[in-house]
Ligand binder design. Structure first.
Ligand code: ADP
Length: 406
């Protein structure tokens, strides 16, 4: 399958490298090298150093001489087309017709080509191919591939995300539009129906507002994920504030929240607002998916020693766990919980005002704070979400450890 495509910067860079190499490749030939019988193959022009450099490049490269024989396939290319292919004709090596045709065409005409193609086995992979021929004789044709699979997957994920977000917004919007029509039509003079429908419309509008707020939060946090937070935050205060903000919701659901602090808790380097959002999302989930009526949410804050690569002694992490006594989460669902819009039970999430984005936001905030998220759950017995954040002093020690390693 072909896609229209533009040359990536990386390909341009590698092409430049090849140009430099080709100057080196042909140095011997220019200085009179012609082999023992004066009718050498073009492969004689490849110096060992050029071979070594091409061999080590991460992108697959194939060099073909004017007779169509392969004179070099680097390690990355051999992984794709198989070993023992040097000296074979290119038509016996390249199994994708479009790629073979492009190589033969460029070898014949000297016209460069670049295009995208896809391999289906053993797993689906996308590549950009760049085919060019050296201007000087002997004419060597180069096939250079650049793996676009990760880029394509990211594009697909973005498209899926937009489709999901639109779908999530469309449902409440359709409900609101439907009720507007009903209120204008046959329910025009029905006061009881009007009150009922206005209540539903208000709920649906709130749902859209929550979704838009979560989408904006997620985008903002993702944009900042590579920027380390700079504030110094008292985690105990943050957790207590998050719990206090959710007290009315807990009360309405008859859920008790307890916060237990074990020992002296050091500060962490962080963004206070983001950490409040993180703990609000976790506590809110514990309320939403906890035991219906008379449930309990336990929040425990402590210090946990954690080993760090490159250091013999351990570093302190502040550990905050949020536990509920709800139904728990099926084991196979746990790795997917932080995916955007993933829900174990879509109907239940919607009924409880969920957007499916809460844990995706949690994951990004934890990543930005160089922390860890652990999820444990026993079906029928409840769930526990634990966040580990590097303690303020520990972070400086970790930086020192890195310096030691350098
Ligand atoms: P939502 O807005 O649907 O709550 P989240 O991203 O916060 O979205 O959570 C994703 C899903 O993970 C939820 O729909 C729910 O199925 C599950 N989940 C999250 N927290 C808990 C919990 N404490 N107990 C059981 N299931 C949970």
């Amino acid at each position: 399958m072909f896609y229209g495509g533009t040359l990536g910067l990386k390909i341009a860079e590698i092409s430049a490298l090849l140009l430099v190499l080709s100057a080196y490749v042909f140095r011997e030939r220019a200085s009179g090298f012609s082999g023992s019988d004066g009718a050498t193959s073009d492969s004689g022009a490849l110096t060992p150093i050029a071979r070594e450099v091409l061999e080590s490049l991460p992108d697959p490269i194939l060099l073909v001489e004017s007779s169509g024989r392969v004179i070099l396939a680097n390690k990355a290319m051999r992984a794709l087309v198989g070993v023992d292919i040097e000296r074979k004709h290119v038509s016996a090596v390249l199994r994708t017709p479009a790629v073979l045709e492009a190589v033969l065409r460029t070898a014949g005409t000297g016209e460069p080509a670049s295009f995208e193609f896809m391999l289906h086995v053993p797993v689906e992979r996308h590549y950009q191919a760049h085919v060019s021929r050296t201007a000087q004789t002997p004419n060597l044709t180069t096939l250079l591939l650049h793996d676009l699979t990760a880029v394509k997957r990211a594009e697909e994920a973005r498209a899926d995300f937009i489709a999901n977000a639109s779908h999530e917004l469309r449902t409440p919007l359709a409900a609101v539009s439907g009720f507007i029509d009903t209120l204008r039509g046959h329910a025009k003079d029905d006061e009881v129906a009007r009150e009922k429908f206005l209540g539903i419309m208000s709920d649906e509008a709130s749902r859209m507002r929550r979704l838009i707020n979560d989408l904006l939060s997620l985008t903002r946090i993702e944009l900042n994920e590579h920027v380390p937070p700079s504030g110094i935050v008292d985690v105990v205060g943050v957790v207590r504030d998050a719990a206090a903000a959710l007290a009315p919701l807990a009360e309405a659901d008859k859920v008790a929240i307890s916060v237990e602090v074990r020992g002296t808790i050091p500060s962490v380097t962080g963004e206070r607002d983001e950490l409040i959002q993180l703990f609000q999302n976790l506590i809110q989930n514990a309320i939403k998916y906890g035991k219906a009526g008379g449930g309990h949410v336990w929040v425990e804050i402590g210090v946990s020693p954690t080993s760090v690569p490159g250091r013999r002694n351990t570093l302190s992490m502040v550990s905050i766990s949020v536990r509920d006594d709800g139904e728990g989460i099926p084991r196979e669902a746990i790795p997917r919980l932080t995916e955007r819009f993933y829900r174990v039970d879509v109907k239940r999430s919607r009924e409880r005002g969920g957007t499916g984005l809460g844990l995706a936001i949690v994951k990004h905030i934890v990543n930005r704070h160089q922390g860890r998220l652990q999820i444990e759950s026993q079906q029928g017995e409840g769930s526990q979400f634990t966040v580990l954040l590097p303690a303020e002093g520990a972070k400086q020690a970790a930086d020192a450890a890195v310096t030691e390693l350098l």
